[in-house]
Design a protein around this ligand. Structure first.
Ligand SMILES: O=C(O)CCC(=O)C(=O)O
Length: 293
């Protein structure tokens, strides 16, 4: 598979950065997130995984090795682990880092805000058929099609472990009607055979950002035993409309503990909590899931 084009050399040239995003549908930025904070999050999440017996006994925590049968996102046993992860202030803070904000302001050419819903994935090996299928985020995110998605590995994710791959140029085809499919999100789109997948290995701190209509998917995890941890979040310019569900935590549709009242109770006074309630221009509308079968 062809590697991502790295765009760090354009960070000082916003017009060219914007042009590359318009042309390719994505930007791959090396080392833009604080590596120490990313690795600290990895350690904390892997501790939660170890507590419930998902990690290989006696193995190095940070290696994230598992012999456990794959656990699917949403499963009963997954929920308490994910609730602990979602209750970490540092998890929600990562997306607000000034390096990300600066890039987003250059791209949107106005003040920006991160959508509050922030997603983590604990993707098991030996489960490629139930990994995230090719899709466009706009189906789930709705609102302005200019909203940008971001995906970062929590730790190093070499190509063999999977990470996220993207169909370069696919954002130009408009909204593609999805069909039901296994894996997170539950939908997939047909692929334009003239377009090429791109993917690179990720190091802690790297960020892939892409347009809401860009087709992307989980790349296969070719290892027998390495968990893939990642975070994904979204940004909008202050003039753009978002949809109301994205003001809530991921999996809020299950109710508590996936509510802000439960998740941020220990850090309610921090700037990470409820920052969107202090944004003067935020516009949110209900989400009509166009294209839902
Ligand atoms: O990490 C994954 O498997 C899926 C992430 C994704 O599709 C997204 O960020 O929109």
């Amino acid at each position: 598979m062809k590697p991502f084009t790295e765009s760090n050399d354009l960070l000082d040239n916003p017009p060219l950065l914007r042009k590359r995003l318009r042309d390719d549908g994505y930007l791959f930025l090396k080392g833009i997130l604080p590596k120490d904070e990313v690795l600290d999050l990895r350690r904390r999440i892997l501790e939660f995984c170890r507590e419930v017996g998902w990690l290989r006994p006696g193995s190095d925590l940070m290696a994230g090795l598992t012999d456990h049968a794959p656990i699917l996102e949403g499963a009963e046993v997954w929920r308490p682990v994910y609730a602990k992860l979602q209750a970490l202030e540092a998890f929600h803070r990562l997306k607000l880092h000034e390096n990300v904000r600066r890039v987003m302001e250059d791209l949107f050419q106005e003040s920006v805000f991160a959508l509050p819903m922030t997603i983590a994935r604990i993707a098991f090996p030996r489960d490629n058929e139930r990994a995230t299928q090719p899709h466009q985020d706009w189906l789930y995110v709705g609102g302005s099609t200019e909203i940008l998605s971001c995906w970062a590995s929590l730790g190093d994710v070499p190509e063999a472990v999977g990470g996220l791959k993207l169909l370069k140029g696919s954002h130009k085809a408009g909204f593609l009607r999805p069909r039901p499919a296994p894996g997170p999100g539950g939908h997939a789109v047909a692929l334009d055979p003239t377009l090429e997948w791109v993917q690179s290995g990720y190091y802690a701190g790297d960020l892939l950002l892409f347009k809401s209509l860009a087709v992307h998917a989980a790349a296969d995890n070719h290892t027998p035993d390495v968990l893939r941890l990642s975070v994904d979040f979204r940004y909008a310019g202050e003039s753009h409309t978002i949809t109301e569900p994205w003001l809530k935590p991921h999996f809020h549709w299950l109710g508590d503990p996936f509510s802000w009242d439960v998740l941020d109770k220990d850090w309610r006074d921090s700037p990470t909590a409820r920052y969107w309630e202090r944004l003067p221009h935020l516009k949110a509308k209900p989400h009509e899931r166009l294209g839902k079968d």
